[in-house]
Design a protein around this ligand. Structure first.
Ligand code: BDR
Ligand code: CA
Length: 355
């Protein structure tokens, strides 16, 4: 069983953060993985909202009360935070039905227990506990938002990096991005929000896997998948069937909202991509992905290009085999078994329903 930590920025409004919720669902129910804890970070919305939304998702998806959420960085290392102005002030309730409010007694109870420490200490304690427990395994740290918390963790606790198995992050792009005029190349939101943090993590000597946006854009919730989500006996139906369970209804409203905002923001009509959920699928079933080891850096000084991932496709820089500053530092996901991923996703929904 792989033990993981998830650092995320769940939000439920417009085109962002809905997929963080699906990553939380998978982290709780995918076979072969134990979620030790969560931390939240600024990103799609402010650090207050991402914290509250993570707590609400944990409750909605049946997490054991021992799984806590630790609040993380409210701003990037150097840049100004990038919440979209139109969402400023929203609490993140929009579009998704059936999640508990943040003042639900059980959500509040988890929130109070979670105040015991902040994100960086939460991650450090989890690594330390594993080391002290003398377990063979190490902690896999998954990131589905800007990497500010992770960069702070590696800077403050370099001595704990030996206890980290791998950093797996949704971010970056190879030939496709989703932000700014250079989005046609490699600028992706999570990296763009805190490029310096991403570079700090990329410089560590720990193994890293990047799940970039050109790959996550293949995990589209099509109408057929949406039908199967609502009712597993209905696949490829012309009209969406009624939801079989409250969980399926909640996920369906999330997908509808995400689909509508993807269409209005990007003109994308096929359905919304479940970007962040792929990181968890990768940890549990890496064989769903084709990956290649590359040198990856982040552009930090460009006039138009800051925040781009620079992926050395030809090993032009002749980097060595280490994971650190001089090496081919990252395993880059290049292809996904899309059907296999959605079978897994629907299976996790089924497991969550059965609990
Ligand atoms: C990433 O940005 C966020 O909006 C999503 O949750 C995902 O983590 C995609 O670029
Ligand atoms: Ca995210």
């Amino acid at each position: 069983e792989k033990r993981i930590w998830l650092d995320c920025d769940p939000h439920m409004i417009f085109d962002k953060g809905h997929d963080d919720a699906t990553a939380i669902l998978l982290a709780l129910h995918i076979p072969g993985v134990k979620l030790l804890g969560l931390s939240t970070v600024h990103g799609n919305t402010d650090a207050d909202n991402t914290f509250k939304n993570a707590l609400r998702c944990l409750h909605a998806f049946g997490a054991d009360p021992s799984v806590l959420v630790h609040r993380g960085a409210s701003v990037p290392l150097l840049k100004a935070a990038k919440h979209d102005p139109e969402i400023h002030g929203f609490d993140g309730l929009g579009g998704v039905e059936g999640l508990p409010d943040s003042d639900h007694p059980l959500v509040r109870a988890r929130s109070e227990k979670s105040q015991s420490c902040r994100a960086v200490e939460g991650i450090a304690n989890a690594v330390q506990d594993m080391i002290k427990g003398g377990t063979d395994g190490k902690l896999t740290i998954v990131s589905t938002g800007p990497m500010t918390n992770i960069a702070l963790f590696v800077s403050i606790y370099p001595d704990l990096l030996d206890g980290v198995e791998e950093f797996v992050f949704m971010g970056g792009g190879v030939g496709l991005g989703n932000r700014s005029a250079v989005a046609a190349t490699t600028k992706e939101y999570n990296i763009l929000c805190d490029p310096e943090a991403a570079q700090i993590v990329l410089n560590t000597s720990v193994k890293k896997t990047m799940v970039p946006i050109n790959v996550t854009h293949t995990a589209i919730v099509t109408k057929s998948i949406h039908s199967a989500l609502l009712d597993p006996s209905q696949f490829n139906t012309e009209n969406l069937p009624p939801a079989k369970t409250p969980l399926r209804h909640t996920l369906s409203t999330l997908i509808c909202f995400f689909a509508a905002s993807y269409e209005s923001t990007f003109g994308f009509t096929a359905g919304p991509p479940l970007h962040d959920a792929l990181t968890i699928a990768y940890v549990a079933f890496p064989s769903l992905f084709k990956c290649t080891r590359r040198r990856v850096d982040v552009e930090l000084a460009g006039v138009h290009t800051t925040g781009e991932t620079v992926v050395d496709m030809w090993n032009y820089r002749q980097c060595d085999d280490s994971w650190g500053r001089e090496g081919r530092n990252c395993l880059v996901a290049e292809q996904l078994d899309v059907d296999g991923f959605f079978r897994l996703f629907l299976d996790c929904v089924e497991r969550c329903d059965a609990e």
